[in-house]
Design a protein around this ligand. Structure first.
Ligand SMILES: C[S@@+](CC[C@H](N)C(=O)[O-])C[C@H]1O[C@@H](n2cnc3c(N)ncnc32)[C@H](O)[C@@H]1O
Length: 257
């Protein structure tokens, strides 16, 4: 991190949102701290149940939040990620050296297969910032799945009531020494949300940007069908509770063939 006069600090990524490595350059150093409250076990139970004998591929494997506990269950997991910074955090953890990871753009998938299961969790599909890139990801996943293979995604269901005239401001954390808030702008035509998570503390102003292009569940199903995949199951959570119009997220299982 470096600092401008006036205490404004930036991460080391000087690239833009369209660079697949941009997210990791800005978030890797704080990712595990910020997501430490998320219990990976329900996702790991679900994925281990589908993995059979493997092998299994995680797109956007990141710091190994899901892949490492899955590997500890004996599942043969490998990963793709665009960010050396995120994968460096994975490598530093016990077992992290032995998970094969390819540094590549997940829209192109970039590994051979065939895989029994490919998964993409934590809304990471929406990090591909156009419908065309998300559709390309489905096409490439279909290419590397085995004949009875499955593609599992975890995504939020868009909720446009979060935005007031195309914007949203939210206080995330306020302590004696710091304040963290989130500023977002919503483009309904591009289905794109651009966010800065801003922390003010004694060291200055810290900016953590993130951009997503959301898709509706039905839109994802069309991308899947165009890739030759069919929706087999959709749940509202990793515990397989039923998905309905009140659900805020979905776990969708697409099958090859
Ligand atoms: C929100 S993190 C999720 C990490 C991990 N799957 C988890 O659940 O904790 C998103 C990950 O996707 C990676 N990523 C974002 N865009 C990518 C792209 N186009 N190709 C490959 N990886 C990408 C980031 O580097 C980051 O590691």
């Amino acid at each position: 991190m470096w600092r401008l006069p006036g205490g404004v600090c930036f991460g080391d990524g000087m690239t833009g949102f369209d660079d697949p490595a941009f997210y990791g350059a800005r978030w890797a150093s704080v990712y595990d701290d910020r997501h430490g409250g998320l219990d990976p076990e329900p996702a790991v139970d679900f994925l281990a149940g589908l993995a059979g004998g493997g092998p299994v591929l995680e797109l956007g494997i990141g710091t190994g939040r899901i892949a490492l506990p899955l590997a500890r269950r004996g599942v043969a997991v490998e990963g793709v990620d665009a960010s050396e910074a995120m994968v460096g955090r994975l490598r530093a953890k016990p077992g992290g050296e032995s998970v094969p990871v390819t540094i590549a753009d997940m829209a192109g998938v970039g590994v051979g297969g065939p895989f029994r299961l490919v998964y993409l969790v934590a809304n990471t599909l929406f990090g591909l910032l156009s419908q065309a890139r998300q559709a390309a990801c489905f096409q490439n996943v279909a290419r590397v799945l085995g004949p009875d293979g499955m593609f599992v995604i975890e995504c939020f269901v868009p909720d446009l009531t979060r935005f007031d005239r195309g914007q949203r401001v939210q206080a995330l954390a306020v302590t004696e020494d710091s304040a963290t808030f989130e500023l977002s702008r919503h483009d309904a035509v591009q289905q794109r949300v651009t966010t800065q998570v801003v922390t003010l503390d004694v060291d200055g102003v810290h900016l953590r940007p993130v951009a997503i292009r959301y898709s509706w569940p039905g839109e994802l199903d069309v991308m899947a069908r165009q890739a030759g995949l069919r929706l087999a199951d959709r749940y509202a959570g990793w515990d397989r509770r039923p998905f309905d119009s009140a659900s805020g997220q979905h776990i969708s299982v697409y099958r090859a063939g």
